[in-house]
Design a protein around this ligand. Sequence first.
Ligand SMILES: [Zn+2]
Length: 165
Amino acid sequence: MAAARKPRYVDVTNPSLSVDCPRCGLRTARFVDHCRNCGYKLWPSSVVASAAFKAWRDADPSRARASRYDLELPAEPVDLTIDYAARAHELGIHLFPNSNYPFIICAGALFLGLAAIPFPSGTARIVLAVIGGLIFLFGVVGWVLVEDVRMYPSDSPEPHGEVHH
Ligand SMILES: [Zn+2]
Protein backbone atom coordinates (compact mmCIF):
# COMPACT_ATOMS: atom_id res chain seq x y z
CA MET A 1 0.00 0.00 0.00
CA ALA A 2 2.13 2.83 -1.27
CA ALA A 3 -0.74 5.26 -0.89
CA ALA A 4 -0.94 4.59 2.83
CA ARG A 5 2.62 5.69 3.35
CA LYS A 6 1.99 8.97 1.58
CA PRO A 7 -1.04 10.57 3.17
CA ARG A 8 -2.17 13.28 0.84
CA TYR A 9 -4.67 14.96 3.07
CA VAL A 10 -2.86 15.72 6.28
CA ASP A 11 -2.53 19.40 7.06
CA VAL A 12 0.92 19.53 8.63
CA THR A 13 0.62 23.27 9.23
CA ASN A 14 -2.13 22.68 11.78
CA PRO A 15 -0.26 22.22 15.07
CA SER A 16 -3.17 20.55 16.86
CA LEU A 17 -2.93 16.95 18.01
CA SER A 18 -6.66 16.81 18.63
CA VAL A 19 -9.71 17.39 16.51
CA ASP A 20 -13.42 17.78 17.06
CA CYS A 21 -15.15 14.63 15.92
CA PRO A 22 -17.46 15.37 12.98
CA ARG A 23 -20.13 13.07 14.39
CA CYS A 24 -20.20 13.55 18.17
CA GLY A 25 -18.42 16.91 18.33
CA LEU A 26 -16.20 15.84 21.24
CA ARG A 27 -12.48 16.31 21.16
CA THR A 28 -10.48 13.27 20.21
CA ALA A 29 -6.96 12.37 19.14
CA ARG A 30 -6.43 13.59 15.59
CA PHE A 31 -4.23 10.73 14.41
CA VAL A 32 -6.08 7.74 15.83
CA ASP A 33 -8.25 6.19 13.17
CA HIS A 34 -11.41 6.04 15.32
CA CYS A 35 -13.01 8.73 17.43
CA ARG A 36 -12.32 7.92 21.03
CA ASN A 37 -15.81 8.88 22.12
CA CYS A 38 -18.18 7.51 19.50
CA GLY A 39 -15.99 5.30 17.32
CA TYR A 40 -16.47 7.41 14.23
CA LYS A 41 -13.91 6.46 11.62
CA LEU A 42 -11.64 9.48 11.20
CA TRP A 43 -9.09 7.74 8.99
CA PRO A 44 -9.49 4.96 6.42
CA SER A 45 -7.20 2.73 8.47
CA SER A 46 -4.82 2.74 11.38
CA VAL A 47 -1.91 2.54 8.93
CA VAL A 48 -3.02 5.70 7.14
CA ALA A 49 -3.56 7.47 10.46
CA SER A 50 -0.10 6.47 11.61
CA ALA A 51 1.49 7.61 8.37
CA ALA A 52 -0.37 10.91 8.62
CA PHE A 53 0.87 11.31 12.18
CA LYS A 54 4.45 10.65 11.14
CA ALA A 55 4.21 13.18 8.31
CA TRP A 56 2.73 15.72 10.71
CA ARG A 57 5.33 15.01 13.39
CA ASP A 58 8.30 15.19 11.02
CA ALA A 59 7.12 18.53 9.66
CA ASP A 60 8.23 20.30 12.84
CA PRO A 61 11.08 19.32 15.16
CA SER A 62 9.13 20.59 18.18
CA ARG A 63 6.64 17.76 17.60
CA ALA A 64 9.28 15.04 17.94
CA ARG A 65 8.10 13.98 21.39
CA ALA A 66 4.41 13.96 20.54
CA SER A 67 2.34 10.81 20.83
CA ARG A 68 -0.52 10.27 18.46
CA TYR A 69 -2.65 9.04 21.35
CA ASP A 70 -2.37 12.35 23.19
CA LEU A 71 -4.66 15.30 22.74
CA GLU A 72 -1.89 17.84 23.03
CA LEU A 73 1.84 18.12 22.77
CA PRO A 74 3.76 17.13 25.90
CA ALA A 75 4.79 20.06 28.03
CA GLU A 76 8.36 21.15 27.95
CA PRO A 77 10.37 19.28 30.58
CA VAL A 78 10.82 21.47 33.63
CA ASP A 79 14.15 21.44 35.37
CA LEU A 80 13.18 20.63 38.94
CA THR A 81 16.70 20.19 40.20
CA ILE A 82 16.91 21.74 43.64
CA ASP A 83 20.15 22.69 45.33
CA TYR A 84 19.19 21.53 48.80
CA ALA A 85 22.42 22.79 50.30
CA ALA A 86 21.77 26.30 49.02
CA ARG A 87 18.13 26.09 50.10
CA ALA A 88 19.05 24.96 53.60
CA HIS A 89 21.63 27.73 53.78
CA GLU A 90 18.94 30.22 52.84
CA LEU A 91 16.57 28.90 55.49
CA GLY A 92 19.25 28.75 58.13
CA ILE A 93 19.00 24.97 58.46
CA HIS A 94 22.22 23.24 59.32
CA LEU A 95 22.92 20.29 57.03
CA PHE A 96 25.81 18.03 57.75
CA PRO A 97 28.08 17.80 54.71
CA ASN A 98 28.16 14.72 52.53
CA SER A 99 31.02 12.86 54.06
CA ASN A 100 32.81 9.55 54.31
CA TYR A 101 33.83 10.28 57.89
CA PRO A 102 30.81 8.47 59.38
CA PHE A 103 32.29 5.23 58.03
CA ILE A 104 35.54 5.97 59.87
CA ILE A 105 33.55 6.73 63.02
CA CYS A 106 31.84 3.34 62.67
CA ALA A 107 35.17 1.59 62.23
CA GLY A 108 36.38 3.24 65.41
CA ALA A 109 33.21 2.16 67.19
CA LEU A 110 33.90 -1.41 66.05
CA PHE A 111 37.28 -1.45 67.79
CA LEU A 112 35.80 0.22 70.85
CA GLY A 113 33.18 -2.51 70.91
CA LEU A 114 35.85 -5.20 70.63
CA ALA A 115 37.65 -3.55 73.54
CA ALA A 116 34.53 -4.11 75.63
CA ILE A 117 34.90 -7.89 75.34
CA PRO A 118 36.36 -9.20 78.59
CA PHE A 119 39.47 -10.84 77.16
CA PRO A 120 41.69 -12.59 79.72
CA SER A 121 44.59 -10.28 78.91
CA GLY A 122 43.93 -6.65 79.77
CA THR A 123 46.56 -5.32 77.38
CA ALA A 124 44.63 -6.54 74.31
CA ARG A 125 41.60 -4.59 75.49
CA ILE A 126 43.64 -1.47 76.13
CA VAL A 127 45.28 -1.71 72.68
CA LEU A 128 41.87 -2.17 71.02
CA ALA A 129 40.44 0.72 73.01
CA VAL A 130 43.30 3.01 72.03
CA ILE A 131 43.07 2.04 68.35
CA GLY A 132 39.30 2.42 68.37
CA GLY A 133 39.42 5.68 70.24
CA LEU A 134 41.95 7.19 67.83
CA ILE A 135 39.99 6.13 64.75
CA PHE A 136 36.76 7.33 66.34
CA LEU A 137 38.18 10.71 67.26
CA PHE A 138 39.79 11.08 63.84
CA GLY A 139 36.38 10.52 62.25
CA VAL A 140 34.56 12.91 64.56
CA VAL A 141 37.17 15.63 64.22
CA GLY A 142 37.33 15.25 60.45
CA TRP A 143 33.57 15.35 60.06
CA VAL A 144 32.50 17.96 62.56
CA LEU A 145 35.53 20.19 62.88
CA VAL A 146 37.09 20.05 59.40
CA GLU A 147 34.42 19.35 56.77
CA ASP A 148 31.53 21.02 58.55
CA VAL A 149 33.47 24.21 59.18
CA ARG A 150 34.62 24.23 55.57
CA MET A 151 31.02 23.99 54.43
CA TYR A 152 29.78 26.74 56.75
CA PRO A 153 32.80 29.04 57.00
CA SER A 154 31.66 31.90 59.23
CA ASP A 155 28.10 32.64 58.21
CA SER A 156 26.65 31.75 61.61
CA PRO A 157 27.78 34.17 64.27
CA GLU A 158 28.84 32.49 67.48
CA PRO A 159 26.10 32.63 70.10
CA HIS A 160 28.50 33.86 72.77
CA GLY A 161 29.16 36.92 70.63
CA GLU A 162 25.76 38.35 71.61
CA VAL A 163 25.49 41.01 74.22
CA HIS A 164 23.85 39.79 77.40
CA HIS A 165 22.29 42.05 79.95
ZN1 LIG B 1 -17.00 11.03 17.85
